[in-house]
Design a protein around this ligand. Structure first.
Ligand code: ZN
Length: 165
């Protein structure tokens, strides 16, 4: 019996996908892994992609181009911060593009930053999401669709092998 469901709010979507940037760089892919499973309509994936999936059927494929505003946002010039060299361990060889895991000194929240520039008197850190400002090119295939259980609807997320409680 073929699945008559289409992608809609409250439907669990299993999606195979490949993600490239505008200049053709491969960013992410579900190839060789289980399809990405999420509850449609809950903002678990970027808005521009979620919107494009509505109405798709099991087995259907689509190319979706998502502008930065509907993906990880535009590059925010206020998200660059210069910090003194002294905050880094002396034995760490700093390189432009290097990713750093930091902690907000006020809130304790984990932060990710990338070294944007190494200067005479400090280091310029970029706190933008690595994909900010990027137009994203997705190739998606709907691997499966199913109704969410009442519990999944109540929790607002999928319960599968990786998330069960
Ligand atoms: Zn749950």
């Amino acid at each position: 019996m073929s699945n008559t469901l289409v992608v809609a709010d409250g439907i669990v979507v299993g999606m195979d996908y490949t993600l490239h940037t505008d200049d053709g760089q491969l960013i992410d892919s579900s190839e060789g892994e289980k399809p990405l499973a999420f509850l449609q309509g809950q903002g678990h994936i970027i808005p521009g992609l979620e919107q494009a999936l509505y109405g798709m059927r099991e087995g259907e494929s689509k190319k979706v181009v998502v502008e930065p505003a509907d993906a990880y946002g535009e590059l925010d010039p206020d998200a660059f911060h210069k910090v003194p060299m002294e905050i880094f361990p002396e034995d760490l060889s700093l390189q432009v593009g290097m990713g750093l895991h930091l902690r907000d000194t006020n809130t304790g929240q984990p932060l990710q930053a990338f070294i944007s520039e190494i200067m005479e008197d400090g280091v310029l850190l970029d706190f933008n999401h690595p994909l900010a400002g990027e137009t994203l090119h997705f190739e998606v295939t709907i691997a499966y669709l199913r109704e969410a259980t009442e519990e999944e609807k109540a929790h607002g997320h999928v319960h599968d092998g990786s998330h069960q409680h």
